[in-house]
Design a protein around this ligand. Structure first.
Ligand SMILES: *Cc1c(COP(=O)(O)O)cnc(C)c1O
Length: 380
């Protein structure tokens, strides 16, 4: 069954009552193998790396939310990305965004390059850069929008127009399908670190890939089993539970973030606020056009390392930690935490300075968050 609304889809697709008992939540199939009636005669389930019904229900749910035909779950966001990259072979060329999650850059640069894959990093804010970087062996265009931590956008439809026969992959972690559905804008593959908004409660590490491309789905079915980076069934079950509240969580995340971004933009101790929901963001018009909301990730330029350190020490409701997308607000210091593996010259070019801090705005009461940010700024 398909539904028009996002929340209805999240709550019901793949989440039908169990036909055996009527249980309203999907059962947790915590098993590694399945009994066979006789050799070669079974119910379609042989071994749990290949088939697990809890996982399959979660994959069906997420595919519907991303407007894809198929989805595949993995043990982490990076396991999802690594498996997608196994669609390619030695000698293939990838055009990737220069402003990406540090762990993705590390996977490409330190591991996949050793296997003979070629990468060109471009500024994806200008789709012409992608067009110019295309080579006869270009097989993939890989981007994140908005990027981490500088909140720059890729015009996904414009890049898709240049992709030719290459696959276009979008890491949609920061927006979740509630705010952005890249497959509807011309992407072939969407990736999430479900550790973040999809899981939403900072209690699991998980990744997911969605596609609407039949040949890609067939290859990913093979790779998920053959390379084996699958998640455990309990994490899939937790995702099925979390996804039911994604719509209400994202609305509250965004409402809180918008208030905090506006407060910060007017504060004399903050030199710059990076948030696509502010009219001063250079791509505000694009953000309004391609996203249904602006998300809840905000980066702040405090001007110096001393200011960033003082802020992170003084802030109380926000917890100093890596990661994002949970119900609780977090603060992170990209240079010393998430982006340590990005070369210093790249960081300098992108604006990832020693004075930059990144907020993941949670869904606490916004009055408490604003008071916390205000008192922390007073200490710097
Ligand atoms: C966290 C993150 C990843 C990596 O996901 P893990 O679940 O930590 O492996 C990839 N992309 C983005 C944008 C992320 O924030």
């Amino acid at each position: 069954m398909t539904y028009k609304g996002f929340a209805t889809t999240a709550i019901h697709v793949g989440q039908e009552p169990d036909p055996v008992t009527g249980a309203v939540t999907v059962p947790l199939y915590q098993t590694s193998t399945y009994a066979q009636e006789e050799i070669g005669v079974h119910k379609g389930y042989e071994y749990a790396r290949t088939h697990n019904l809890t996982r399959a229900k979660w994959e069906q749910n997420l595919a519907a939310l991303e407007k894809g035909t198929h989805a595949f779950a993995f043990g982490s966001g990076l396991a999802a990305i690594d498996t997608v990259m196994k669609l390619l072979s030695a000698g293939d060329h990838v055009i990737a965004a220069e402003d990406m999650y540090g762990g993705t850059f590390r996977l490409f640069d330190k591991i996949l390059r050793r296997f003979g894959m070629e990468f060109t990093y471009v500024d994806m804010t200008n789709p012409d850069n992608v067009k110019q970087a295309i080579k006869p062996n270009t097989k993939m265009i890989y981007t994140e929008s908005p990027t981490n931590p500088m909140m720059m956008l890729t015009d996904l439809a414009a890049v898709a127009a240049h992709k030719g026969s290459a696959l276009m992959v979008v890491d949609n972690t920061f927006m979740s399908p509630y705010f952005q559905q890249p497959l509807t804008l011309g992407a072939d593959i969407v990736i999430h670190s479900a550790t973040k908004y999809l899981g939403g409660h900072s209690d699991l590490v998980h990744g997911i890939v969605a596609t609407n491309h039949a040949a890609v789905a067939e290859q990913l079915t093979f790779l998920q089993n053959a390379a084996g980076a699958i998640p455990g069934p309990f994490d899939c079950w937790l995702c099925l539970r979390s996804i039911k509240t994604l719509a209400v969580r994202m609305k509250q995340h965004e409402a809180n973030a918008l208030e905090i971004a506006k407060f910060c933009a007017a504060h004399p101790k903050i030199q710059k606020v990076y948030y696509p929901g502010l009219e001063t963001h250079p791509q505000y018009e694009l953000a309004k056009r391609q996203m249904r909301g602006f998300g809840a990730m905000i980066s702040l330029e405090l001007g110096s390392k001393a200011a960033a350190v003082a802020f992170s020490r003084a802030i109380k409701v926000f917890t100093l930690a890596e990661s994002l997308g949970g119900v609780e607000s977090l603060v992170c210091y990209p240079v010393g935490m998430t982006h340590g593996s990005v070369p210093p010259e790249t960081r300098a070019k992108l604006g990832i300075t020693e004075g930059l801090i990144r907020l993941s705005v949670g869904i606490e009461d916004v009055e408490d968050l604003l008071a916390d940010v205000e008192q922390a700024l007073a200490s710097i």
